[in-house]
Design a protein. Sequence first.
Length: 114
Amino acid sequence: MKQKLTETPICIAEVREQLTAIKDKEGELNYRAGRAFEYLEQFSKLSLKDAKALMKAITELNVPRLKEQHIVKLADVLPTTAKDVKTVLQGYAVTVTNENLDKIAAAISEYAKK
């Protein structure tokens, strides 16, 4: 059995870019990768550049207890209101103040409009 060395969350924009590179290199994707690529094409709303910029902007807010996995999920879902941000984060054991929820929603709103 192989041992997992590290685990790093990546946004769906990055997965889409990686699958695009594989598709360009090999000509086509296997069934499972092809289905994942179709999903990503449909639901990925930001380019890789914008997704990374958004994640950096959220990180720079210095919200206590907000980890990389939470930031990636927020960049994938793009909740634009504080209530939506709270809903996304309810799936994790993290609490964020209303002030920070507003800051996160404002940062996401800038990128969601693009």
